[in-house]
Design a protein around this ligand. Structure first.
Ligand code: ATP
Ligand code: ZN
Ligand code: MG
Length: 397
């Protein structure tokens, strides 16, 4: 539990639209930090620390915090938020945080920070939402795929993932293939009270593989260095995704290990944009039947500090990302349950994927976080099936 608070007045005032984005990045400033808050006016930061810091540590915390604020907020202009659908004001029957009721009823079990076992209630809801996403995929005649949970470092490196999202990477390793190392491990390894294994770092092989942060990357990598036979393709897959979100990991809202369903479009610019829009329109009817209170609005990816300003401005300027943000009544805020993305020819160029005419392929995807959608639904309608909209009651009952 955090024990001390450090108050910092940043050199630059953080504009309102960036308060959440900067706050979430403060988790990565120092391992001493267990949480952070920023005043609504953006002129005061509270860091909650695991223990009392030394004078040198205070100095370092201030310097690093100011570095984050400077890089993300100095001279930044607020992008215009474009709202495409607005059903936030739908009347809803429930106002509590469903996490408490779910935990009390043993419907979920936390194994570690951001890692949960999900019981029948949440599982049936996620399965029901899956049927709706599969119908969306069928609407586009999407070809089904299965992708691995692991992803090679060289793939992610090739699409600059290490530069854009270093903070959220999750690495995979194994014991070095050396009999002495394995024997020593077998004889002495235990996880201590903190959950850590008591072995030195050189026990483990160097890292060539990570846990996959998204689904559609696997499709693009399978198309790399190829000329496509047809003008376009549509694919769909569901997969385990991993994003390490440090002390931001909380509840079913922000998981380390979560499930994403994607419908993926590859083709010309017009093809991808038309289908991204068609999938938004299709989902509008689905979300309506589910009874979700939400808004679809322009957004940007959570790029890391140094990359954030330029990349976020670029995404806004070219309308590359829209999010479905569901209302969370218990906290008077919203949570992204899905997104409609257009990558231009980024993957086409970096991975050398070309269309039959030789031009680089454009790509886009429609992506849904299954745990988040279930969580947002339960936050709006509660755990009693009788209170659920009829489509969900029948589909997930
Ligand atoms: P956020 O802005 O909330 O961090 P994101 O913009 O990074 O999310 P996308 O990259 O668009 O999310 O991923 C698609 C969907 O995957 C999101 O809309 C969300 O439903 C889900 N998702 C993303 N990160 C997480 C997470 N850490 N835990 C649970 N679901 C997640
Ligand atoms: Zn995608
Ligand atoms: Mg987002």
């Amino acid at each position: 539990m955090p024990e001390t608070t450090l108050e910092i007045r940043p050199g630059v005032t953080i504009p309102e639209h960036l308060v959440g984005e900067v706050r979430s990045k403060l988790a990565y400033v120092d391992e001493l930090i267990g949480g952070a808050e920023i005043s609504p006016a953006g002129d005061l930061i509270h860091l909650y620390l695991q223990r009392k810091p030394s004078a040198d540590e205070i100095q370092a915390l201030k310097e690093k915090t100011n570095r984050v604020v400077n890089l993300m907020a100095r001279g930044v202009i607020q992008p215009k938020v474009e709202i495409l659908e607005d059903r936030l004001d739908l009347p809803l029957p429930y106002r509590d945080d469903p996490l408490e009721a779910l935990t009390r009823r043993h419907e979920i079990h936390q194994e570690a920070s951001g890692v949960y076992t999900l019981g029948p209630l949440v599982t049936r809801l996620m399965d029901y939402f899956e049927t709706r996403f599969l119908a969306l995929a069928n609407h586009f005649d999407a070809a089904p795929y299965r992708f691995p949970t692991l992803i090679p470092a060289r793939y992610l490196s090739r699409v600059n993932y290490f530069r854009a999202f270093p903070h959220s990477l999750t690495f995979v390793t194994h014991l070095r293939s050396d009999l002495d190392v394995i024997d020593h491990f077998a004889a002495h390894a235990v996880a201590d009270e903190s959950g850590r294994i008591n072995m030195p770092a050189d026990t483990y092989a160097s890292i060539e593989t990570l846990l996959s942060p998204a689904v559609c990357y696997h499709l693009y990598f399978s198309l790399a260095d190829r000329k496509l036979d047809s003008e376009y393709m549509v694919a769909t897959a569901v997969g385990n995704c991993f994003r390490y979100e440090s002390s931001n990991l909380s509840s079913l809202e922000r998981l380390w290990n979560f499930t994403m369903r994607e419908v993926i479009f590859v083709g010309s610019k017009e093809f991808v944009l038309e289908n991204r829009e068609a999938s938004r329109q299709y989902m509008q009817t689905v979300l309506d039947e589910i009874g979700l209170a939400y808004r679809v609005e322009s957004a940007n990816d959570p790029f890391f500090i140094g990359e954030f300003r330029r990349q976020a401005a670029f995404q806004s300027a070219f309308q590359l990302k829209y999010e479905i943000r569901a209302r969370l009544p218990f906290r008077e805020s919203t949570l992204a349950v899905g997104s409609y993305n257009y990558h231009q020819d980024f993957f086409g160029r970096h991975l050398n994927i070309s269309l039959p005419d030789g031009s680089p392929a454009h790509t886009g995807c429609t992506a849904f976080g299954l745990e988040r959608l279930a969580f947002a639904f339960l936050a709006q309608y509660g755990l009693k099936r009788d209170d659920w909209p009829v489509a969900v009651r029948e589909g997930a009952g």
